[in-house]
Every structure is written in C-alpha cells, then in structure tokens.
Write a protein that binds this ligand. Structure first.
Ligand code: SAM
Length: 281
C-alpha cells in the first residue's frame, strides 16, 4: 500500500508544502493491515470523517458502492484528490463534520444504498462529540466503526458497575451496542501520537432498546453522573431541582433500587424505569 509508506507520505507533503497539523489531530495510519481491518466494516455506502491523505478512503472505495469523505483541512484536499484519483465512487467534502447536518447529507448522498456505515480514524480532540452526533443523527447508520484513544474505547464499552462506566457510556447504549475490535499502538501512525488507540464498532439499533421518553432518559443519566461520588438520590437533584430528597428517594425505591445506590451501578433499562416514574409523577 503506497499510502502507508512513510517516505511517500513525507515526500508528497513536502512537494505540496503541507505540514502535519496538530490542531486537527493529524496522525496518519501507516499499517496496511489496520486499514484493511477498519475498512472491512464498510456497508454499501460509507461516511468517512477525516480522510487525511486518503489511506483508509482508498480501501473504503474498494469495498463500498459509494464513499463520502468529510475533511476539515483545505490544504490537504489536493493531496487527498491526487491519492484517490482512480476512484469514481468518492465524494470529498471540505468542511467541519461538527457543522454538518448529518441526516440531510446521508439522505442526499446515499440514495439507492441499502445500508450506510461510518468508518473513520477520528481526530482525538473531537472523539466524543463526533460519536454522539453520529449516534443521535437519526441518519439510519448500520454501524459506526472508529479508531480512537484506547482509554476512551474502554470507557465507551464499559458495563454498569465498572469504574469506567459513565454518562457517555449509558447515553450511547441507548443508540447501539459497543464492541472493542482491536488495539493499535502509537507506533502505527505518523507522526506518532502520545497515546495508544483502539478500534471500536457500534452496531446501531433500528429501534431504541427502551420505550421511554428520550429527553427525560438523558436528563436522568446526566443527573445520575453529575456527582460521581454521591448517591443517586443526591446527584439526581442537580437535574430535578423541583423534586426534594424524600420524593427522589421514593422514586428510586419504586423503581426497585436501594435508596443509597450509585448511578454507576445502573443499566440503561434501570435509568429508563426511573425516567418513566419521574415522567408520571
Ligand atoms: N484517515 C486518515 C488516516 O487514517 O491516516 C487521517 C486520520 S487523522 C487521525 C484525522 C483527520 O481528521 C485529519 O485528516 C484531520 O485533518 C481531520 N479532521 C480533524 N478535525 C476534523 C473535523 N472537525 N471535521 C472533519 N475532519 C477533521
């Protein structure tokens, strides 16, 4: 794979007078096997975020019917175009993914594709906002496969009761099932990042796993984790100031939990029970 060759990358960037941009989290993959294993998760249509020089993009174009790649750095676009010139199933969009209307983009670009997935080596600085925006987008993605910081994968895939389990874990579990696929050490990138990475896949649900008002559910989750060291009764007060401690204790007991339970012990279904009771009260 030419695009994983470090001298090719350096020479092409030098020839175009382009530098690695730390502010955009630019760490380019140099291991062809990792590229292939991420691209195995391509659906018929693929949204790639941060194509960079196009190493993953090219492999996705080989595997998918259509690829749309969104890249923020305009200086790298000519190099990306040069490296992917042989593919007629690629559309490059030069913008900030966080400013995109994702559902509109998917509806417009992937008409005629039976399934659409996201595959990306994400920039570290926007990992969780991007994953949440994709999950919440209602764009109908089949799956989201991303390479991100290893510790964040551990957090997103944690189970209730695990110290890593938090508000983001519980919120994401409303949208899909998270699974860690494999680790990728820092030596597989140029420039070499300070942290190790891992690839995770989120299999998105076609129907929510709990039949609860989503806004209320997210409010309960936010409240439950607002003060990690406190019991659920005390931390929920931050989001539900109209309910006093005795009322919150009654709600938690009615849901079937001990009054001194902590939020980190509860699953999505447990949070849903509490949300339903609060909605009715
Ligand atoms: N896909 C390439 C690879 O695997 O070698 C590059 C991955 S690099 C970790 C992240 C890429 O995301 C960079 O090309 C960077 O410019 C781009 N990027 C950073 N912030 C972005 C944003 N807000 N929207 C779109 N692309 C962004």
């Amino acid at each position: 794979m030419k695009l994983t060759d470090i001298s090719y990358i350096k020479n092409q960037m030098e020839a175009h007078g382009v530098n690695f941009k730390k502010k955009f989290g630019q760490n380019f993959l140099t291991n062809p096997r990792v590229v292939e294993r991420i691209a195995e998760n391509a659906a018929e249509g693929v949204l790639e975020i941060g194509p960079g020089l196009g190493v993953l993009t090219a492999e996705l174009c080989r595997n998918a019917k259509k690829v749309v790649a969104v890249e923020i750095d305009e200086t790298i676009i000519p190099l990306l175009k040069e490296n992917t010139a042989g593919f007629d199933n690629l559309k490059i969009i030069n913008t900030d993914v966080l400013k995109l209307d994702i559902k509109k983009l998917i509806d417009e670009e992937f008409e005629g594709c039976e399934s659409v997935s996201v595959c990306a080596n994400l920039p570290y600085y926007i990992t969780t906002p991007v994953i949440m925006a994709l999950a919440e987008s209602e764009a109908g993605f089949e799956s989201i496969t991303v390479m991100i910081q290893k510790e964040v994968v551990t957090r997103l895939c944690a189970r209730p009761g695990n110290g890593e389990y938090g508000a983001i874990t519980a919120s994401l579990s409303y949208y899909g099932k998270c699974e860690k696929l494999f680790d990728v050490s820092a030596g597989n990138f140029i420039p070499k990042p300070k942290v190790d990475s891992a690839v995770m896949r989120i299999e998105l649900y076609s129907e929510p796993p709990v039949d609860t008002d989503r806004k209320m559910l997210m409010k309960v989750i936010r409240g439950a984790f607002s003060q990690r060291r406190k019991t659920l009764v005390n931390s929920l007060g931050s989001e539900f100031s109209h309910l006093n401690k005795a009322e919150l204790t009654d709600i938690i007991t009615e849901a079937g939990f001990a009054p001194d339970i902590r939020g980190e012990k509860l699953s999505l279904e447990d949070f849903a029970k509490i949300a339903d009771i609060i909605s009715r009260s």
